[in-house]
Design a protein around this ligand. Structure first.
Ligand code: ZN
Length: 470
């Protein structure tokens, strides 16, 4: 039995004990070491004028390129130009190749720095746009720095370190077939309510709202697709009990309509954040709604089809160079999303470059027979490393095909493992089948959509609320 299956069999209080122990361990790792010093430093650098921040970013970029060229086998072999000072960092960078995810997948070890202590590295598994897992190795210090950036964003949103947080994310904290509430679990180590993103549907929404009202979080940290149905229901029923001080959204494109509905229902500001598990870039909104590039985190470029930098207002693909992870520095990593730059100053006064918007990719959702809209399914591909590529196609309201292009070492059991992960999220009433294919077609921009819905007739786009509770 897997650890997750064992966890799912425990009674809820024991599940909460297990989660809290696990949460305490994570907290020590993420908030120990350099985290506090980094956060204090970031609270100072955010006050620097624009020119000083740009200079600081060039220094960090030069340092990163020198470190990568000297200590990372992949980059050393390419004999790339190395900056002598901050002043020629950007000119050098533009001679470095764009880094594709598959290049790392083919030879992950070649990207690990000679200076890294391999026994102490943490593996980060990412799903991402190509439907094939990527493993990135990170040192603990980079994870702690990463959390310093997240904590700084919380401060911008007026949230303290120990304030109560309700989280909706892609973790299966609640057994998939559990028909009744609670669809959430407490993590006492972090004063957190972990809510399942996979049980949100017409009949469960009132229970979620009750739980949030009684937990009274200061912050809700969520995918937009989890909060929006709750927000719509709250507006329809006039329920105003859930009043967080702020909401942070991430991992999905936040559409303007979704933002408007969420802000109206919860009566607070949404701070949208964009980044990636590979830790190459960090973008977030400030109090004045501008998207800012956090320049102490990485160097973000927007490229057009000819791989030139875009002008203001022009859509470009995001490639970014991360400064945090010395164990596996990734330079000009292609993130698979689009954004638009803006040179307008922000009323917050910070000197960070602005993005007009992050367009991202619009993940399709699967709609279950009981009316749940399940988004953010690509984490399931993290479970299986022998896939070349995969895609989820919903062909009927109760039928989902998983198209698989097998990679080296793929076995039938891997397909079964994938179906089991999918069943965790879509529930027992969905018929799932695997289709082995030779290739998966791309969209016009050469991208793979990992989730696609092909229903002859679309169910209502309403949240499926059938009535108001009495
Ligand atoms: Zn701002």
């Amino acid at each position: 039995m897997s650890l997750l299956a064992a966890y799912h069999r425990l009674p809820v209080p024991l599940q909460e004990c297990a989660l809290s122990l696990y949460g305490a361990r994570l907290r020590v790792m993420r908030y120990g070491g350099v985290q506090r010093d980094r956060l204090a430093w970031l609270r100072q650098t955010e006050q620097l004028p624009e020119g000083s921040l740009a200079q600081l970013q060039r220094e960090l970029l030069a340092e990163t390129l020198r470190h990568a060229a000297r200590t990372v086998p992949y980059y050393r072999a390419l004999k790339l130009p190395v900056p002598a000072s901050a002043d020629d960092a950007v000119a050098c960078l533009r001679h470095w190749p764009i880094l594709e995810k598959k290049t790392i997948q083919e030879q992950p070890d070649a990207f690990v720095s000679d200076l890294a202590d391999r026994k102490r590295l943490v593996e980060i598994h990412t799903g991402g746009t190509t439907g094939r897992a990527l493993v990135v190795y990170a040192d603990r210090s980079s994870l702690q720095q990463n959390y310093a950036f997240f904590e700084r964003l919380k401060r911008w949103a007026g949230i303290g370190e120990w304030d109560r947080v309700a989280t909706f994310a892609g973790r299966p904290v609640v057994p998939p077939a559990q028909p009744n509430p609670p669809y959430w679990r407490r993590n006492y180590a972090a004063n957190q309510l972990l809510c399942s993103s996979y049980h949100i549907g017409p009949t469960s929404i009132p229970h979620y709202v009750d739980a949030l009202a009684s937990f009274a979080p200061r912050l809700i940290d969520s995918y937009p697709s989890s909060l929006e149905p709750l927000a719509r229901w709250m507006l329809q029923t006039g329920d105003q009990r859930v009043r967080p001080a702020a909401i942070i959204t991430s991992s999905e494109t936040l559409l303007p309509e979704s933002r408007a509905v969420i802000e109206e229902a919860f009566r607070c500001r949404v701070f949208d954040q964009y980044g990636s598990a590979e830790m190459v870039g960090f973008v977030s909104q400030c109090e004045h709604r501008s998207y800012h590039e956090h320049v102490e985190y990485g160097f973000l470029e927007l490229l057009n089809e000819s791989l030139e930098w875009t002008r203001d207002g022009e859509e470009g693909e995001i490639v970014s160079t991360g400064f945090l992870n010395r164990a596996m520095p990734l330079v000009r990593y292609r993130m698979g999303d689009m954004a638009v730059r803006s040179s307008a100053a922000c009323a917050c006064g910070r000197g960070y470059p602005r993005l007009d918007r992050v367009i991202g990719r619009l993940d399709d959702v699967v709609i279950t027979p009981d009316g749940r809209r399940v988004g953010r399914l690509d984490p399931i591909f993290k479970a299986v490393s022998t896939l070349h590529e995969a895609r989820i196609v919903q062909t009927e309201l109760d039928c989902v095909d998983v198209e698989i292009v097998a990679g080296r070492g793929f076995r039938n059991a891997d397909g079964e493992a994938l179906l089991a992960e999918l069943r965790l999220r879509l529930g027992p009433s969905m018929k799932l089948q695997i289709k082995m294919v030779d290739a998966i077609p791309r969209t016009g921009r050469g991208k793979l959509r990992t989730v696609e819905r092909r229903l002859a007739q679309e169910p209502s786009t309403d949240t499926g609320v059938t009535g108001t509770p009495s």
